[in-house]
Design a protein around this ligand. Sequence first.
Ligand code: SF4
Length: 351
Amino acid sequence: MSATAASVTRHDWSLAEVKALFEQPFNDLLFQAQAVHRQHFDANRVQVSTLLSIKTGACPEDCKYCPQSGHYNTGLDKEKLMEVQKVLEAAAEAKAIGSTRFCMGAAWKHPSAKDMPYVLKMVEGVKALGLETCMTLGKLDQEQTKALAEAGLDYYNHNLDTSPEFYGNIITTRTYADRLETLSYVRESGMKICSGGILGMGESLNDRAGLLIQLANLPEHPESVPINMLVKVKGTPLAEEQDVDPFDFIRMLAVARIMMPKSHVRLSAGREQMNEQMQALAFLAGANSIFYGEKLLTTGNPQADKDMLLFKRLGIQPEAREEHDDEVHQAAIEQALVEQRDSKLFYDATA
Ligand code: SF4
């Protein structure tokens, strides 16, 4: 495929084709990914989400990369489900600094009947603030999925993590089929899907390609595809894994962009370990969504300042919320960013 050929949304990718994409010379791959990106998106807009952990640690699952798993001793402070009011305060803060989507994550195998009413209240409250809502709560049954959709949940995050072949090396407490089942319930309910994976867990190129094939060959592509770089946490079984070659990580973003041309490809966990040059390359490869992360919600907020400065240096604007009065919301975001920039906390190295 030439860089200028119109990109087609496909659901029949083969391993050989995907490997051929990965194995192209780096510049050819990036050129192709950027060309595809420009057919579907404004290349200078990046969607910004904020992530809040609403229930932390003591998770019964054994995901080998995760400090929140109750199977490993990582010294993490465990926290019960947050109060609804506290979640709404955090969401209001996120909105004030320009986030358009508020993602709430709970370290559960699945939500319990006891917790569901609180979770639904959170969705309704965050939605009422004018933010897009996203949750990640583990496995869902059909009834729970329906209830979340009715409460106004826009996105459900449920990552496939890696290829079906490699999955058992990373998680033994649930199956790939369980994951696909929850994704199918989410799709049936009309919610949007956020699903991606992690690089740096010891997987092969076939596994990276295999993950993207699973995502792209779903009946509909996930609207959001987070690509994470393993954050090696002491106490987890993957703490000593080898670093991913940064160029291989960029290749993964580029191949995801080509295979799922209309999806938001999210530069996710591990971004704090990437320098600005690598993040700029990620945007060039077609990544167009980031998490500000939880640190944003604490005073000082240096990470958000750094992100906004990088956006400014690259001429990138935060993307407005979907299904909203674009101009009004964009103006509100820009105003919030100006206030942020004018605050004492913002050090503008380009001024
Ligand atoms: S299910 Fe989520 S919170 Fe629980 S161990 Fe796995 S990644 Fe961590």
